[in-house]
Design a protein around this ligand. Structure first.
Ligand SMILES: [Zn+2]
Length: 131
């Protein structure tokens, strides 16, 4: 697939790569659960390859809340559609419980992806840049 090749934004987002060089890692590990709970201080500071400082300005990461919100709404809608499709007579409180549990389970992945998506809005891919 062309959109998954190095140089595309989707490549950087899905394979945890620096948005500028697509070589260095964005998060220190590829595991979203580890990034969220065990290494928040070491994660996403600076690219080990091109030295891009990921926090472009103070408070830059506040913006990824918009992305995170969109992902959460998508997960909630998906849960709502699936529960209504498979169990049309389900109690509304059980439905809400399922949606809340789904949001909690997806939250590390949401955190992981929302920062990657947010920084990819602002940084362009520059091949072979090593300074
Ligand atoms: Zn880089």
């Amino acid at each position: 697939m062309r959109s998954l090749r190095k140089g595309s934004k989707l490549y950087s987002i899905l394979f945890n790569k620096c948005p500028k060089c697509h070589i260095g890692r964005f998060w220190s590990t590829n595991n979203p659960f580890r990034n969220m709970f065990f290494s928040p201080k070491n994660s996403c500071k600076k690219c080990e390859n091109c030295s891009l400082a990921y926090e472009l300005e103070t408070g830059f990461w506040y913006g990824c809340m918009y992305v995170s919100y969109a992902i959460s709404v998508a997960v909630m809608l998906l849960c709502w559609i699936l529960t209504n499709f498979f169990y049309p007579l389900m109690n509304i409180f059980n439905e809400i419980l399922i949606i809340v549990i789904a949001i909690l389970l997806v939250s590390p992945l949401n955190y992981h992806l929302s920062r990657l998506i947010w920084i990819n809005f602002f940084i362009k891919y520059i091949p072979n840049d090593t300074n």
